[in-house]
Write a protein that binds this ligand. Sequence first.
Ligand code: 13P
Length: 256
Amino acid sequence: MNMRKKIVAANWKMNMTVGESAEWVRDFLLELGDIRDVDVVVVPPFTAIAKVTESLGSAQNIKVGAQNMHWERSGAFTGEISAALLRDLFVRYVVLGHSERRQLFGETDEIVNKKVKAAHEATLKPIVCIGETLEQRDGGKVEKVLSTQLRGSLVDLDAKQLQETTIAYEPVWAIGTGRNATPAQAQEAHAFIRQTLREMSDESVAEKIRIQYGGSVKPNNARELMSQPDIDGALVGGASLEARSFAEIVKAAREE
Ligand code: 13P
């Protein structure tokens, strides 16, 4: 039994108006209240961040995250958002290197690394996403892809920063497809990721880093996935848009 606290995050992607966000928070709090035994992170679009924080009110154990940020502190970067601007909205986590950003917006490991470092400098906790495509899996390249993305995204972090980084293993073929990795497939990838983290740092640091699984996590598969020894939570897309189904997934983390 490991000592890592589970972390379950709702990645709303480009969904949810301000009004819908407030309703979601109200419904979620009715289901679960301000829970302490699982770290819960709500990751709205930028436009709804302030409303989510406001709606959470005194539910201080539920944290707010952002879906992306720029690595520069401020300046002439039209359309971008900095870590400082996120901190100004009481954001605590930031998802970086999501496969949609890598695939649709050309983010490389080098870019992700700059963002990860900027996040730590601003004391935002990064959730760094890695994962292989179906073609890469079929070509037997899972370990090579995961190792390259992990090492490339986490260059030059010290032990403390590494421990405060969450990794999200999100196989691209499982995102939004309804086809989740089996618990065994996910565990195998997570164990490999932890082994790589051991090589990058040491045993005690690697044992503390939380590794979430993401890709078609639903209330009916969440518990089995999160009961695997190296799966420390979930990064949930589609099933997080409904407060009740996300609450079910959080409960699964708690009961595991
Ligand atoms: P789905 O849960 O919709 O498959 O999305 C997963 C994801 O990309 C979370 O970041």
